[in-house]
Design a protein. Structure first.
Length: 230
C-alpha cells in the first residue's frame, strides 16, 4: 500500500504525464494500485525498433520517491528479456545512485535511451538488428493478444497502431505531431560604454570627467597667479 507521500507524488506525476508526456512514451497507473504503472514505448525512427510498440511495467515501492522502482518489458524487443527485471541505474539494482527527484518521465526516458544503446546488463538480450526489426513489426499484434494491455490501454488496443500523444520529431518521420525545435531568442545588447573623449596629443582615450577636473584646476591656478601679481 502506498504511503501518503508516494500517493501524492504519483498523482502529481500522472497529471504531468497527461499534460506533457515525453516523446515516444506514454504511461498511466493501474486504477486499483497507483504503485503499478504500465507504459508504452514507441520505437523512434532510424532505429532497429522503428514501428515497434513496447508494453512494460514500472512498480514502485510503497515509500517512493525515497527508494527506486523496478522496470520490466512484456513485449519482445530483442533488447530485453520479456518479463525480466531490467538492470538500470534508476532501478532497485542500484539504490545508491537513486535520486528522489527522478520521476516516471525521467525513468522511461532513461529506459528508452538505454534501449537504444548496446550495453549488456541483467535483463538484456543479445539479438541482431534484423531480429529487432522483425520483432518490431510483430509487436503490436503481440500486445493485442495481451489482456492486460487491452484493459490498461483501450485507446491503443486497435487493429491499427495508434500514435502516442507525442511522437517526437525526427528526419524521415511521417508523424505530424512532432515537437518543434525551440527558436533561438535574440541576445540582449550590452549596455553602452561610458562617454569618452580622445586626447589627440597622446593618442589615448580619457574619460570626459578628467577634462572637467583639469579645467577647474587650471582656472584656480590662474586666479592664484593673478592675486600673487597684485
Amino acid at each position: 500500500m502506498a504511503t501518503k507521500v508516494a500517493q501524492k507524488r504519483l498523482q502529481k506525476e500522472y497529471l504531468s504525464m497527461q499534460k506533457s508526456p515525453p516523446p515516444f512514451i506514454w504511461a498511466c497507473p493501474e486504477e486499483k494500485n497507483i504503485l503499478d504503472w504500465h507504459f508504452i514505448i514507441r520505437g523512434p525512427p532510424d532505429s532497429p525498433y522503428e514501428g515497434g510498440e513496447y508494453h512494460g511495467l514500472i512498480w514502485f515501492p510503497s515509500d517512493y520517491p525515497f527508494k527506486p522502482p523496478d522496470v520490466k518489458l512484456f513485449t519482445p524487443s530483442g533488447r530485453f528479456d520479456p518479463g525480466h527485471k531490467i538492470c538500470m541505474s534508476m532501478t532497485s539494482y542500484h539504490p545508491s545512485t537513486w535520486n528522489a527527484a527522478w520521476s516516471v518521465a525521467t525513468i522511461l526516458t532513461g529506459l528508452l535511451s538505454f534501449m537504444l544503446s548496446d550495453e549488456i546488463t541483467a535483463g538484456a538480450a543479445k539479438t541482431t538488428v534484423e531480429q529487432k526489426k522483425a520483432l518490431a513489426k510483430q509487436s503490436h499484434a503481440f500486445n493485442l493478444n495481451n489482456k492486460k494491455f487491452r484493459e490498461i490501454f483501450p485507446t491503443y488496443a486497435t487493429p491499427e497502431m495508434t500514435d502516442l500523444p507525442d511522437m517526437g520529431k525526427a528526419p524521415g518521420s511521417s508523424s505530424t505531431k512532432g515537437v518543434s525545435a525551440p527558436q533561438p531568442t535574440p541576445e540582449t545588447p550590452p549596455p553602452p560604454p561610458p562617454p569618452v573623449v580622445v586626447n589627440h596629443a597622446h593618442g589615448r582615450w580619457i574619460p570626459s570627467w578628467r577634462w572637467i577636473v583639469a579645467v577647474v584646476v587650471l582656472a584656480i591656478v590662474g586666479r592664484l597667479s593673478t592675486f600673487a601679481g597684485l
